[in-house]
Design a protein around this ligand. Structure first.
Ligand code: EZ4
Ligand code: CO
Length: 404
């Protein structure tokens, strides 16, 4: 079998997605996701100018060799753009291999280790009452695990509660540039335990509750928050502190038994190695589209299993239904599975990406289609042209640029 053509499809059915289609001389094709939210066209250029010309004529069955060729062979290892490009190709190649084997991808990985995949939904509100209402709505929709994000009263612009009002966003609005939000750790820290106290009162103890701090804290602040949240038995506290210095997590570990999840922006096993070896985290959040596809993710998750760390693939709406499909096949197989994030997609996104995976209440399943079971409707995709878009940026009240 030979690769004859690789197409990069950019489409915006609600938000931007970069999709890779690898076509072979035997009529089989594979689909991959290469989306990096807010930096989409950098990956398109990387693929079209630098990757695709090298792959035409190659045997698509040699997934490992192609992965190493694109990783070691480019000299400039790692980084989100390189790794998203590798991921897009790799996911498509695994799709082809599974189709050639006439099996769903999870069978090729070693078969199902479970019958269904627990996922968690997102709930958010500006006030405690709104958060409670949003969590209850997800619970009624059948979810058994829910991430709760809350605004702080009298203070707009906290992560995860939708667009912020009353800020100087005119430049962003006019030029389609990043929105600017405002942040105050002092106001956030005492508020969040009150949110979870109320949530436990109303929602009870049978629903897993999660919270994402989005890299906004220092280690000692995260230690304090983890400690204050202990009575409410969170499933996890996510991304408390940026992880450029993994040793920052030692201090958090010394002070709290609240489980820690990390790694949605990691690209390789080396980003997570020390955190896993020292058992500084409980869940590893790497995802197929950003961490080297099925090949990269499997390597990270196997390493995690050595240290008893469980998996929790990143799965917001900017991880396309294609990468979600790849994640779900890995989730069904991986022995040390923890949970899968699932924030859902707009109707237009479902239509552009027909998929075999499905949700039943609080659980997902990749389906039994051969390959990974996710396709792209290219004609429909063409009706949703790319629009420049960014993640917001965040500033402290005195203007200092902070972590978003
Ligand atoms: O901010 O996907 O856990 N999920 C998250 C996401 C990320 C976005 C970044 O593109 O933190 O909402
Ligand atoms: Co997150």
């Amino acid at each position: 079998m030979k690769i004859t053509e690789i197409r990069v499809i950019v489409s915006s059915p609600g938000r931007n997605f970069v999709t890779v289609k690898v076509i072979t001389d035997e009529g089989l094709y594979g689909i991959g996701d290469a989306t990096v939210n807010g930096r989409e066209l950098a990956v398109v250029s990387y693929l079209e100018e630098h990757v695709i010309p090298c792959l035409i004529g190659r045997d698509p069955m040699q997934i490992e060799d192609i992965w190493q060729y694109l990783y070691r062979g480019c000299y400039w290892r790692r980084g989100p753009i390189t790794m998203a490009a590798i991921s897009g190709i790799d996911i498509a190649l695994w799709d082809i291999k599974a189709k050639a084997a006439n099996m769903p991808l999870y069978q090729l990985l070693g078969g199902a280790s479970r019958s269904k995949i627990m996922c968690y939904a997102h709930a958010q509100g500006r006030s405690i009452d709104e958060v409670v209402e949003a969590v209850m709505a997800k619970k009624e929709d059948g979810y058994v695990a829910i991430r709760a994000q809350s605004g702080v009263p009298g203070f707009e612009g906290i992560y995860g509660i939708g667009s912020s009002k009353g800020e100087k966003n005119s430049r962003a609005r006019i030029k389609n540039l990043p929105k600017e939000e405002v942040w105050s750790t002092e106001k956030y820290l005492p508020h969040i335990p009150k949110v979870f106290e109320k949530l436990r009162d109303v929602v009870g103890w049978d629903t897993h509750l999660l919270h994402d701090a989005h890299h906004r804290l220092t280690s000692i602040e995260a230690a304090r928050l983890g400690k204050d949240l202990e009575p409410y038995r969170l499933f996890w506290l996510e991304d408390p502190v940026p992880a450029e210095n993994p040793e920052n997590y030692r201090l958090i570990r010394k002070h709290t038994t609240t489980p820690i999840a990390l790694g949605e922006i990691f690209n390789t096993i080396w980003d997570a190695r020390q955190l896993m070896e020292e058992q500084l985290i409980d869940y590893i959040r790497t995802t197929s589209v950003h961490a080297g596809g099925v090949t990269g993710l499997r390597r990270i998750f196997d390493f995690a299993s050595v240290y008893g760390i469980r998996t929790a693939c990143h799965g917001p709406s900017d991880v396309s239904p294609v990468a979600m499909g790849a994640n779900l096949h890995i989730d069904l197989w991986v022995p040390n599975f923890g949970i899968q994030e699932f924030s859902g997609y707009r109707e237009a996104t479902h239509e552009v990406f027909p998929h075999a995976w499905s949700r039943d209440g609080g659980y997902l399943h990749p389906g039994e289609a051969i390959g990974h079971g996710v396709d792209i409707d290219e004609d429909l995709a063409a009706k949703y042209p790319y629009k420049r878009g960014y993640l917001p940026v965040n500033r402290l009240q005195d203007g200092t640029l902070w972590h978003w």
